[in-house]
Design a protein around this ligand. Structure first.
Ligand SMILES: Nc1ncnc2c1ncn2[C@@H]1O[C@H](COP(=O)(O)OP(=O)(O)O)[C@@H](O)[C@H]1O
Ligand SMILES: [Mg+2]
Length: 281
């Protein structure tokens, strides 16, 4: 499982991740949902030890990523940026190449390679050169290589972004079938519908802060009318409050002081998430 505690990352004056605390339980699929620039990739890069945090810590299977990266990442497969594959290699050759780099034996790679290509539904393409593949197929191969060393945790950063609609469907189906196995999956997305379709829970993040973390089921069923108290860093101009007032499903928006206003909202929780995101813009 994944434990993130008070994680903070500053890039000079930008707080990309701001005191984020989040736990992904074993065998669950959690969506890390937020708009562009929310801090998803930064969080995932810290989790996979590609960059360091400014504050806080991240644990994978109880092992600290910063102090024991090798041990922590031994049980993790990640696709952070879609790797570029050699176009003249086949998927199986690619897995051999990458597996050898990771110190696996050829026998293990062949055996495990068949399984992972099967898991991402690429078996029929295992002998075809990657140069002929669509982006969706390459992304499935990227997932396969992340699974090669039999990790328990799979971390995917925007696995469907940049894919055409068909590629998106293929990759979503792949993740859904992995979900049925015992993997713990943490995937980022800027698409609410995608997270609802695939995940058990959603963690909504914006400006580096966690806004909501709940099961999809609960997010869908919690009480419809909600009063949201919105506190801002700067004084809110009256036109912002009136703009919020005219947003979908908002019954009223009233300023209680220059930096706080209360929104009465009767939409569904996912619409509420959209509203919170819209307000932050
Ligand atoms: N290497 C960097 N240097 C400076 N700012 C960065 C860097 N990486 C990300 N940021 C900033 O941090 C914020 C979060 O970015 P990111 O984690 O990529 O968001 P997301 O993946 O949710 O789109 C953004 O404002 C982005 O511009
Ligand atoms: Mg990103």
């Amino acid at each position: 499982m994944i434990e993130i505690e008070h994680l903070t990352k500053d890039f000079k004056e930008i707080k990309a991740v701001d005191d984020l605390t989040l736990e992904v339980p074993r065998s669950r699929t959690v969506g890390f949902l937020g708009p562009n620039g929310a801090g998803k990739t930064t969080t995932i890069k810290i989790l996979t030890n590609l960059i360091s945090s400014s504050k806080g810590r991240a644990m994978l299977n109880g092992v600290d990523v910063v102090t024991s990266p090798k041990k922590a990442l031994a049980h993790v497969g990640a696709v952070v940026e879609t790797p570029e594959f050699y176009p003249y290699l086949t998927p199986m050759e690619t897995l051999h190449y990458l597996g050898r780099l990771r110190g696996m034996s050829p026998g293990d790679i062949t055996r495990r390679g068949r399984d992972v290509l099967d898991e991402v539904k690429m078996t029929e393409w295992k002998g075809t050169r990657i140069g002929k593949f669509s982006k969706g197929m390459k992304q499935r191969l990227a997932i396969a290589q992340a699974l090669l060393h039999e990790p328990e945790i799979l971390i995917l950063d925007e696995p469907t972004s940049g894919l055409d609609p068909r590629g998106m469907v293929e990759v979503r189906e792949t993740i859904k079938s992995l979900k049925k196995q015992d993997y713990t999956i943490f995937m980022s997305s800027h698409l609410l519908g995608e997270v609802q379709e695939i995940c058990d829970s959603a963690a909504l993040i914006n400006r580096g802060k966690l806004l909501i973390y709940d099961t999809i089921e609960h997010l869908k069923t919690v009480t419809k009318v909600a009063k949201l108290e919105v506190t801002t860093a700067l004084d809110v101009p009256p036109q912002v409050v009136s703009a919020v007032n005219s947003m979908p499903n908002v019954r009223s928006a009233e300023a209680v002081n220059p930096r706080t206003f209360i929104v009465t909202f009767d939409g569904l929780p996912d619409q509420r998430a959209d509203l919170l995101l819209a307000i932050q813009k």
